[in-house]
Ligand binder design. Structure first.
Ligand code: FAD
Length: 328
């Protein structure tokens, strides 16, 4: 079986955010797909704790290449791409998988150039037939899916989170960790990180991993207070439409949609969002969609399982108060 190298970035986790002993949900999804395409191999930037090695073994990974070199955390993404490309060569990879976030897509492009490999982004699935890897790629804001195959010896694929259900391996492995020293050329060390400002901890779950998301749009008119209160009473993450992030009412990392995050929670509460095609692209696979909008003709009601036509500033506080009352 050919090696499928999955990039696992633990550099943030080593800095204190996240769980150093666990695989994130999106990394579990990448490894689930890697097992479909061949033999999963992990390329870990950062430390591999005993807990992480055990989690990798449960995901069917027997070989782990790990580097904790200072360049991986002190520069922008180029050294991570060098590390991943060099691991792919060392492992004899046929496929390289990365997350489809903005950093992952830049890494994919750089690895593609380094390995002279075809790059496929926005992937939502993989299949292998007669030894040929075929990638399902979401296009036109999720309205269409196309099949794509790399014509090169190696394929680099950036996979959207929440595209597959993460499963543990049917046959767990014992992960052997091999220290790896990557070489970094001067061009890769061209942009050094000079300062880091940690994101304040909101205590809310990660948007991509949350079971419940409450998302606000232009309708909140600059006031995310009612959205935050409902989110907190439900233990939910907060999302937003691009209109809300572009207005500066909430950080860009909260954006859901074609050019933001793809989420697939059990419950997505859409508040003051019209449901444009680019917003739908990031949330339409949610299990249950509840929409609150004062315009009964709003397109969001076409995809909502439950709709409330009303002013969010009246509806949300009532919902929050009622949930609190029932929980008490
Ligand atoms: P609007 O469309 O203005 O809708 C606001 C809604 O709030 C209306 O339906 C209104 O009835 C309702 N409302 C107003 N006041 C209240 C109130 N008091 N109570 C209840 N309801 C109220 N958008 C994204 O979201 N994510 C993306 O990733 C994204 N990517 C894009 C990529 C490209 C290339 C392009 C061209 C666009 C992209 N967009 C994206 C923008 C998208 O087309 C829409 O413009 C955007 O989603 C609109 O945001 P909205 O629904 O919050 O605002």
């Amino acid at each position: 079986m050919s090696a499928v190298v999955v990039f696992i970035d633990q550099t943030d986790v080593s800095g204190g955010a996240g769980d150093a002993d666990a695989l994130s949900k999106s990394n579990q999804e990448l490894l689930t797909l890697a097992r479909l395409a061949g033999e999963p191999v992990a390329a870990v930037a950062g430390e591999v704790s005993d807990g992480l090695a055990a989690a990798l073994g449960e995901a069917g990974v027997a070989r782990v290449f790990a580097s904790n070199q200072e360049e991986l955390t002190s520069y922008l993404v180029a050294p991570k791409a060098d590390f991943l490309a060099q691991v792919a060569t060392a492992a004899g990879a046929s496929t390289v998988l990365v997350g489809n976030n903005s950093e992952g897509k830049e890494i994919a492009a750089r690895v593609g150039i380094a390995l002279d490999a075809g790059v496929i982004s926005d992937a939502v699935g993989l299949t292998v037939a007669d030894g040929v890897l075929s990638v399902q790629k979401s296009v036109l804001a999720g309205e269409y899916t196309v099949e794509a195959s790399a014509t090169t010896a190696i394929a680099v694929v950036a996979v959207k989170s929440n595209s597959v259900h993460a499963e543990p391996a049917a046959a767990p492995a014992t992960a052997a960790v091999e220290p790896f020293t990557a070489e970094f050329g001067p061009a890769s060390l061209g942009a050094r990180i000079v300062e880091r400002t940690p994101k304040p901890d909101t205590g809310r779950p990660e948007l991509g991993d949350a079971r419940i998301v409450v998302a606000g749009g232009r309708g909140v008119d600059g006031n995310f207070g009612p959205v935050e209160e409902l989110a907190d009473v439900l233990g939910a993450a907060i999302g937003a439409s691009r209109a809300a992030t572009d207005a500066g009412w909430i950080e860009h990392s909260a954006q859901v949609g074609q050019t933001g995050k793809t989420v697939s929670p059990q419950l997505y509460i859409s508040v003051g969002i019209s449901g444009a095609i680019q917003q739908k692209a990031g949330m339409q696979t949610s299990k249950v969609i509840v929409a609150v909008n004062k315009d009964a003709e709003s397109p969001v009601f076409e995809i909502a399982d439950f709709g409330i036509v009303g002013d969010l500033f009246e509806v949300l506080p009532q919902a929050t108060a009622e949930i609190r009352r029932r929980r008490a």
